[in-house]
Design a protein. Structure first.
Length: 129
């Protein structure tokens, strides 16, 4: 087992979430497909994993090397229930020294360049620290 941040027992890709993660990868939303096509195969210089398990949660995209989560937020994230769920989830993820960046589905669908510029700056910032 690795020794980096987030390598604790049961934190990364626990077996209990595997069937759900596989299903989510097979049934990606259009924004997820689009974002994946931009970041897969180290196109930004770092490796991203999609539908990665962190404890009991599954995040949209995760860069182990930088301890960075990228979440794509659709409409359900903006309901009172979604906001509350995201707050609990974010607190757990942040407690393991993992950073989170969020983009809305609309940002992904309408602004590739802006999303990639923002993400590239964050990657550069994290790499420096």
């Amino acid at each position: 087992m690795g020794s980096g941040v987030g390598s604790g027992v049961g934190l990364n890709n626990p077996k209990r979430t595997k069937p759900t993660r596989q299903k989510l990868r097979k049934n990606q939303t259009e924004p997820e497909k689009r974002f994946w096509s931009w970041v897969r195969a180290k196109q930004l210089g770092v490796k991203f994993r999609r539908q990665h398990g962190l404890g009991k949660y599954i995040v949209d995209f995760y860069c182990t090397e930088l301890s960075l989560v990228v979440e794509l937020d659709g409409d359900s994230h903006f309901t009172p229930e979604g906001i509350a769920h995201d707050a609990i989830r974010s607190k757990f993820i942040n407690s393991h020294n993992i950073k989170i960046i969020r983009f809305t589905n609309e940002q992904i669908m309408k602004g590739k360049e802006a999303v990639l510029v923002t993400l590239s700056k964050i990657i550069q910032n994290v790499e420096k620290n």
